[in-house]
Design a protein around this ligand. Structure first.
Ligand code: 5AD
Ligand code: FES
Length: 333
């Protein structure tokens, strides 16, 4: 099953049924490698300022109605402390591409967390940077980096992004990160505007070449304050099929059941786990900023304290038939 042809992939992607058989196959593969373990990552959304203008995203620079915020270093450290106490051993610092956070500031934050929590993984998700910047963060103590490629087809990439951005630069960043020694996460949105089945096949082929440790996918979800306000959201079913395909093609991979998946269906994340996902990434950001990290509409967990999410997730993961583990959760290649 690992060597599916394009034709076979297209057939699976285009099926219109709720593909229980495919999900079970993926689940069997995940259990072989990871048992029932679900890894958790504490997400700290530390700035929603962004200089980019991606057409799909609610915190794009062009959204003048977005209320912007930045967390201070102290706030980030206190989120980490709270997370550590709740059992998190991976912190994901995610933000828009915010020029306020210079390399020196990022390195300072990373090295402070590194010093306090030598047993934890530090993941950055702060967009496209120079190779030197990536190297500096790595030397300061960051181990992992998440940067979705969004779509591996040039023409499609250009329909989702303004001309100031390019797929070539995005790919260059991902290969730089890998060469520097990061554990790399990439991924794409499912059902993004203008996406074709062939685009999805190209995404899978690109990922085979990159061979990332983590692959994050979630449905595209409409946001009113973007140029794509009238474009429909991606579906639960197609997202689940793509998760299952990823598990089958990348048995080793860390596959999150994403917040976006939980946002289009009340049991989206549970269904994602049952279709092959093995990671969840609850939010550790202070509740006062939760609603403001507004990438898409109807985002879940925006009113819940970190501790509440932790308890809620424990139950959800258990109900789905799996178990949260609290170690770092490195990839099992
Ligand atoms: N719907 C779903 N996902 C989105 N992202 C950005 N905007 C949206 C949206 N409207 C995703 C992108 C990005 C990640 C941080 O969030 O894939 O890489
Ligand atoms: Fe956040 Fe359920 S996981 S409230």
């Amino acid at each position: 099953m690992q060597n599916l042809t394009d034709k076979e992939l297209i057939e699976i992607i285009n099926t219109d049924k709720y593909d229980e058989e495919l999900f079970n196959k993926a689940d069997a593969i995940r259990r072989e490698r990871y048992g029932t373990d679900v890894y958790i990552r504490g997400l700290i959304e530390f700035t929603n300022y962004c200089k980019n203008n991606c057409y799909y995203c609610g915190i794009r620079a062009g959204n003048k109605n977005a209320i912007r915020y930045r967390l201070t270093k102290e706030e980030i450290l206190s989120c980490s402390a709270e997370g550590y106490a709740l059992g998190f051993r991976t912190f994901v610092l995610q933000g828009g591409e915010d020029p306020y956070f210079t390399d020196d500031k990022i390195c300072d934050i990373v090295s402070s967390i590194r010093e306090k929590y030598p047993d934890c993984a530090i993941t950055l998700s702060i967009g496209e940077k120079s190779r030197d910047s990536y190297k500096a963060y790595f030397d300061a103590g960051a181990n992992r980096y998440l940067l979705r490629h969004e779509t591996a087809t040039c023409e499609h990439y250009n329909m989702l992004h303004p001309s100031s951005m390019s797929l070539d630069v995005r790919k260059r960043c991902l290969y730089d990160l890998r060469e520097i020694g990061y554990q790399v996460g990439s991924g794409f949105m499912v059902g993004s505007p203008y996406q074709t089945t062939e685009n999805l096949v190209s995404d899978l082929r690109f990922l085979q070449d990159l061979s990332p440790d983590m692959i994050g996918i979630g449905p595209y979800i409409t946001h009113k304050e973007t140029p794509f306000a009238d474009k429909p959201s991606g579906t639960l079913e197609l997202t689940l099929r793509m998760i299952a395909l990823l598990r089958i093609m990348f048995p080793y991979a860390l596959l999150p059941a994403t917040t976006a998946l939980g946002s289009i269906h009340p049991e989206g994340r549970e269904k994602g786990l049952k279709a092959g996902a093995n990671v969840v990434m609850p939010n550790l950001s202070p509740v006062r900023v939760r609603k403001l990290y507004d990438l898409y509409e109807n985002k879940i967990c925006t009113g819940d304290e970190a501790a509440e999410c932790r308890v809620c997730l424990e139950k959800r993961v258990q109900n789905a038939g799996y178990k949260i583990v609290t170690h770092r959760g490195d990839v099992l290649r």
